[in-house]
Design a protein around this ligand. Sequence first.
Ligand code: MCN
Ligand code: CUN
Length: 782
Amino acid sequence: MNHTYGPHPRKEDARFIRGQGTFVDDITLPGMLHGAILRSPLAHARITSIDTAAASAHPKVVAVLTGADLAEREMAWMPTLFGDVQAVLATDKVLFQGQEVAFVVATDRYAARDALELIMVDYEPLPPLIDARKALGADAPIVRENLPGGNRIFDWSAGDKSAADAAFAAADVVVECDMLYPRSHPSPLETCGAIASYDATGGKLTVWLTTQAPHAHRLVFAGLTGVPEHKIRVVSPDLGGGFGAKVPVYPGYVCAIAASMAIGRPVKWMEDRSENLMSTTFARDYHMHGEIAATADGKILGLRARVLADHGAFNAVAQPSKYPAGFFHIFTGSYDIAAAYCEVTGVHTNKAPGGVAYSCSFRITEAVYLVERLTDMLARRLCIDPAELRLRNLLQPEQFPYTCPTGWEYDSGDYPRALKLALSIAGYDELRAEQAARRERGEYMGIGISFFTEGVGAGPRAHMDIMGLGMADGADLRVHPSGQVVLSISVQTQGQGHETTFAQIVAHELGLSVEDVEVVHGDTDRTPFGLGTYGSRSTPVSGAAAAVAARRVRERARVVAAAMLEVSSDDLEWLDGAWRVRGDPDSGYGIAEIARAAHSTLELPPGVDGHLDASAVYDPPNLTFPFGAYICVTDVDPSTGVVAVRRFIAVDDCGVRINPMIVEGQVHRGLADGIGIALMQVIAFDSVGNCLGGSFMDYLLPTALECPSPELGETVTPSPHHPIGAKGIGESATVGSPAAVVNSVVDALAPFGVTHADMPLTPANVWLATQGRRVRPDLYEN
Ligand code: MCN
Ligand code: CUN
């Protein structure tokens, strides 16, 4: 019986490795039609006319929808999870290249695509706004003419400005830098899509959907369509990755729903790779100015940041609504910095909707990058080793729980232990000696460190909401008479292995085998309400709900066991997966026997009903704060600019590990993300707004060739407030690793006087850096 946490093989892999997963595009319904979207070729233009006659006349076309058609149904605009409204199909203007303009429904997918070319749209081009830094200029084109703030979405600040200013005034040294965290794309292998099926007779709408947040999307669909929430079923079958890309509601989903409701037949819409890369939600796009202040012996005194956030044409992605810059303000990171202040301004540009997504922990990615780059620069300025500078400034274990300057309480941590472990795995001193020896020979090797703290598990309802909804998650646990159990959860795996780890949580609490716990998710008709999987919140929130529900089952079982044993329940103790009479460990019953008895005719005490089922809704008291220490070793060829990542050492602490094998898998993929972001990925635009990242020829994904097999270490500092002491892990490595890679490359290039270069560090950008030139990797002037 396996009822402890441990490296249990993933239950879901049996179907995946046999090719038996069911993804949205695998589903075919009787009479199903296929939709395709006509997209704008221009970044900014007024639509003067749309002629759909020829497309409608195509023999295989069943319907053509335009913004005007949707407007008649009051579905031309949809709410986003961020509190914005986004055009489903453009009515007056197009605001980015690839924006949705018309929807063709045909009897097959190819005919739908062909018919797109028969639609005639007249565009009157407008000057596009591509460079976020020009968004607030007096002569900037206005992206959203109906918004009162023009291109300005928000101005937001956190921290104590005067305290930060005083710290800077008192400092011996100040280091500052402009840095760009470029626009990147989560690129799940499965693109986004939906099948909508409206049954007019029953008034029921079923939507198979590529969504990380089925219940949240159902609520949006209810508001849009007028179909009551309880008559909508959102089914999210297997997902081929999400990485944040499947959090937003996309116009294609709404088009499929509108078409199915108009035609009365199921309609499938599945985007292709280019559509996915050009128009689904982006991440990052943060233009940051950071400053760090310190004493001459390297004690960091203060941190300031001024950020311009490019959100594209619409604010599509959820971030807790009180925090328009996500959790960027946890930007003092892992260091004992007394004074900090940041200002973030969000702007619209003529780019696809941006915001938060891509393993980001709600903008903590950008924050970690900023402080870790500045820390390295400070070390260089002070001629202190970057590991030593970090050890001097890391928060100490006795400082926890620690309230950071912007008010968040970090729950637990032992940071020096994690960094020292990483340094020892790396053999840091020998690496530095090797580096020096190589430099003598004209070889450029870099050693880059980063340390990160995340805040994940959104979120406590006292602090945050999405669409006005608190962020509690539910778990329902049904215990069959055989003692086998079914756990229904509100979160939605995209590959993280919830069917295994959530079964492990319940099995651990109830003394069952992992095989005896079935996990149900991804179907709003069968699962309790909750806001979905992102921000590594599944374990911190829904995992806690599962543990609490299981403990309730255990307490119910105690009463039944007492009746079975004819003792008082006070005389029982839970030991080795069974309720036993205290002092008599051979007596007692496990959950299976107790469940059988609960369902039997056994006489139960008054007030105890005859089953063990329980449920829980978990409102987390705080975020959980996982952390880690990363070291990246690179070899850089300054003559070609080619960077090879030789080694990657990652020590992660996510509290108690439910399934260490899955945790390591999460770290592996996050490190690959980080290497991709740091070295090869940017969604760039030319000056008229053509997206230059529309295929995997341009937007590069790292492969095993670029990613060394990482060397992992772990420390375990349980979260004190989480029922099983676990913290999230799903985004840690993506958050922590880019800074280590960049620090490593800049370290390698120190002899060239390079102090900073913006990501991605492609060969061209690295070579330019060695020539003392800085480029804007996100913008190509035509
Ligand atoms: N886990 C564990 N012990 C812990 C923490 C987590 O065993 N102490 C396990 C969990 O039970 C779960 C997995 O690790 O099976 C990830 O858990 P968690 O950190 O709670 O993250 P979520 O399940 O909420 O996943 C979301 C996170 C995010 S936000 C992105 S983005 C991302 C990521 O996960 N997208 C992914 N990892 C991904 N992995 C895959 N394969 N595909 C994606 O799209
Ligand atoms: Cu920020 S990407 Mo994940 O939270 O779905």
